[in-house]
Design a protein around this ligand. Structure first.
Ligand code: FES
Length: 143
């Protein structure tokens, strides 16, 4: 009779210890639950971005809906990059001069080269084809 009590107590304690370990594992999993997009691509087809004059010379413009970042380093020369952050796939949301920023964890990219200016992202934005014809910008595959 008295020998069952310690065994029961030990069983309960073991159960509590296991539950704690499982709980810790759950916490660990959810802590890294940030889903990596897996794709840093911008548009999948050529998209019309409107007037090329909307992109300032020496600056950049973000076309967030189309996931494209376009800069114009010199008059008439355009560069375009995916606006999907290479860290975890958020779409960039602001441009200041030639620096584009990600709202999720603060990564910054050079809009003229796609290079990382500030992490945590460690890969440059992929280049996207872009062309300006008749004052209109088109970006994406086949542009
Ligand atoms: S998704 Fe993390 S910094 Fe952009």
């Amino acid at each position: 009779m008295s020998t069952e009590m310690p065994a029961t107590r030990r069983t309960v304690l073991r159960g509590v210890a296991l539950a704690g370990a499982v709980g810790a594992a759950d916490v660990g999993l959810s802590a890294c639950g940030g889903k990596k997009n897996g794709s840093s691509d911008g548009p999948t087809t050529a998209v019309d971005l409107g007037a090329s004059s909307a992109v300032p010379v020496g600056g950049a413009k973000l076309y967030r809906d189309d996931k494209v970042l376009v800069s114009q380093p010199t008059q008439g020369t355009f560069k375009a990059f995916s606006a999907v952050c290479t860290h975890q796939g958020c779409v960039l949301d602001t441009v200041d001069g030639t620096t584009a920023s990600c709202p999720c964890h603060g990564s910054e990219f050079n809009a003229e080269t796609g290079a990382v200016v500030r992490g945590p992202a460690d890969k440059a934005l992929p280049a996207v084809d872009v062309k300006a014809v008749g004052g209109k910008l088109t970006a994406g595959p086949g542009a």
